[in-house]
Design a protein around this ligand. Structure first.
Ligand SMILES: NC(=O)c1ccc[n+]([C@@H]2O[C@H](COP(=O)([O-])OP(=O)(O)OC[C@H]3O[C@@H](n4cnc5c(N)ncnc54)[C@H](OP(=O)(O)O)[C@@H]3O)[C@@H](O)[C@H]2O)c1
Length: 261
């Protein structure tokens, strides 16, 4: 039986890799992002490589109407969504340094509300059919507060983890699985797009993982019904320390700026 995966943020990075791995398993695809030309390039190459049907839909998920419009688009095109990969995201503005509120609100819409909004539309039909797989791309940044990181990104990813854990509990026994994928530093366009190329170059190789391994972890986790997947051995090792009530304050105390208070 051919299933269909809707992937947001499918014009670059992890989204392209989700598309590639899901197409390699024989799934048809609906690719979503803002850049239509990039989506078409990905679609063309995956049709040729895997022989699957690929539909593209250009949408800006920082627009509050986008999830509903995407849902209506799939309905009108008779497309049934079996895999929902809420993956689109960006580094976003600094909560305190960016003076205007509008970019902050758009960022929160993209990172949190659009994820909940997509789940709101696409999960109930999955539950009715008794099958669905939902991967919400979060981040290891959602597991631990960081200083001087914009005060927005990590908290938005923490929301995605909380949302997904609760969905996982709500959906048990329905045939629908939900997993929050928490990658650490991953080789994609993310850091260049956010003008963080210098920071990227300064970090040691061992903290970086490939998009291929991160996506493999995410798809394996959702099949198994694992609500949170910390991707990468380094981050799986760090996570229990970050979550420990005793060790968390210790880890935070190593953060730069700790003596400024
Ligand atoms: N790379 C990392 O180190 C890392 C680590 C942890 C978590 N993550 C998370 O992984 C996810 C994927 O990021 P990536 O690393 O693959 O980065 P990327 O290569 O920059 O890809 C980001 C994707 O999101 C899409 N996107 C951005 N803003 C959008 C908007 N307003 N509406 C619709 N689509 C939008 C982009 O497409 P368009 O520009 O065409 O719209 C692109 O397809 C993100 O949620 C990110 O937070 C990344």
């Amino acid at each position: 039986m051919t299933r269909t995966a809707l992937i947001t943020g499918a014009s670059a990075g992890l989204g392209v890799e989700f598309a590639n791995q899901l197409a390699a398993s024989g799934n048809d695809l609906i690719l979503v992002a803002r850049r239509k030309d990039k989506l078409e390039d990905v679609a063309k190459s995956l049709r040729a490589k895997h022989g699957v049907a690929v539909t593209t839909a250009s949408a800006d998920l920082s627009n509050p109407r986008a999830p509903q419009e995407l849902f209506e688009f799939t309905r009108s095109a008779n497309l049934t969504v079996d895999y929902l990969i809420n993956n689109a995201g960006s580094a976003g503005p600094h909560l305190l340094e960016e003076k205007a509120w509008a970019p902050q609100a758009k960022f929160l819409e993209l990172m949190m509300l659009s994820v909940a909004h997509m789940c709101h539309h696409f999960i109930p039909p999955m539950r009715e059919r008794g099958f669905g797989r939902v991967v919400n791309t979060s981040s290891f940044a959602g597991r631990l507060p960081r200083p001087d990181a914009g005060s927005h990104y990590g908290p938005s990813k923490a929301y995605v983890i909380a949302l997904t854990e609760e969905l996982d509990l709500t959906l048990r026994g329905t045939g629908v699985h939900a997993s929050a994928l928490c990658p650490g530093f991953t080789h994609t366009d993310f850091h260049e797009t956010a003008d963080l190329g210098e920071m990227k170059a300064a970090l040691p190789n061992f903290v970086w993982y490939s998009a291929e391994s991160v996506v493999r972890d995410g798809l394996r986790a959702v099949e198994k019904g694992q609500p949170i997947m910390i991707s990468g051995r380094l981050y799986r090792w760090l996570d229990p320390l970050a979550q420990s009530l005793i060790l968390r304050p210790l880890i935070k105390s190593f953060a730069p700026g700790r003596n400024k208070r």
